[in-house]
Design a protein around this ligand. Structure first.
Ligand SMILES: Nc1ncnc2c1ncn2[C@@H]1O[C@H](COP(=O)(O)OP(=O)(O)OP(=O)(O)O)[C@@H](O)[C@H]1O
Length: 269
């Protein structure tokens, strides 16, 4: 049964000088526990969809439902992870993680233990009393991930969370997030420009068109890939097949250069 539904959702941004139609008639549903990726060109409205689900932006028309109840009447808990980690430099790692519970007046020992436990799962419990400036980019994102999970959100919104990281760190973090989701089972929406990441992480990929933003096509990820860790998914022949299909769809309006040369063999010298 569908858990989260966007039903004919459109959104316009208005400012003094500009009017932007960011989303046009977007309709899709996500099942509970499903991992969905939004993929598409810059400006097609991917982040706007996340902002609408998070109730940061009020959509202009259409309806959104959580378990068949209007979103604004629901008490849906959202965890939001962004490209930037926004850790507070003056707080230790553990205190950065505990910001969400503190805002909710949860100062309990149980939550502190949960924070340490989660930091242990991402390999950072030994340095929980350090400050963020001593951490690498990948470590900082691991703290941000724990900070997102500590309040036990029902839905995880991931807005290009790995895109500022080096490739090796990004692959490791994809596996880590996947491992944690096997345990904590969140309904997740990932925004990414990376086709490989979308295939490796998701159950379903929604390809978007721009001007105005809309859902162009949906790709189901084969079950064999869904059951593998992201790193191993990339070795699978079905991964390459789906990658080519999505690549073709993204570039279907591009002219093929007449002089393009196809390399058919490689001679090692
Ligand atoms: N606060 C805003 N005010 C006005 N226009 C906005 C605002 N936020 C986004 N837009 C416009 O809405 C459209 C969709 O933006 P959005 O950031 O959702 O796209 P995106 O697919 O996430 O882009 P990217 O991949 O570059 O992050 C773009 O044309 C953008 O310029």
């Amino acid at each position: 049964m569908s858990f989260l539904t966007l039903d004919h959702v459109s959104h316009h941004y208005f400012s003094k000088k500009n009017y932007t139609k960011a989303l046009d008639d977007v309709t899709f549903s996500i099942d509970e526990g499903e991992f969905v990726a939004l993929l598409g060109p810059s400006g097609c409205g991917k982040s706007t969809i996340l902002s609408i689900i998070a109730r940061i932006v009020e959509h202009t028309t259409g309806n959104i439902y959580v378990n068949n109840q209007p979103l604004h009447q629901s008490d849906l808990d959202i965890g939001y992870m962004l490209q930037q980690d926004y850790l507070f430099p003056w707080k230790t790692i553990i205190n950065n993680v505990l910001i969400g519970p503190k805002i909710r007046h949860d100062d309990s020992q149980e939550t502190k233990e949960k924070a340490v436990n989660l930091l242990e799962q991402v390999g950072l419990s030994k340095i929980k009393d350090n400050y963020p400036d001593s951490l690498s980019g990948g470590m900082r994102q691991r703290v941000a991930l724990v900070r997102t999970l500590i309040t036990n959100p029902k839905v995880l919104l991931l807005d290009e969370p790995f895109s500022a990281l080096d490739y090796q760190t990004k692959l490791k973090l994809e596996d880590l997030v996947w491992d944690l989701l096997q345990i904590y089972k969140k309904t997740s929406v990932l925004v990414t420009h990376d086709i490989g990441e979308a295939i490796a992480m998701s159950d379903r990929i929604m390809l978007m068109d721009a001007n105005p933003g809309s859902i162009a096509k949906t790709f189901e990820v084969p079950v064999e890939l869904r059951n593998e860790k992201p790193f191993l998914v990339r070795r699978h022949p079905k991964y390459q097949f789906l990658f080519d299909k999505i690549w073709g769809e993204l570039n279907k309006n591009e002219a093929v250069p007449e002089q393009s040369k196809v390399v058919t063999s490689y001679n090692e010298t």
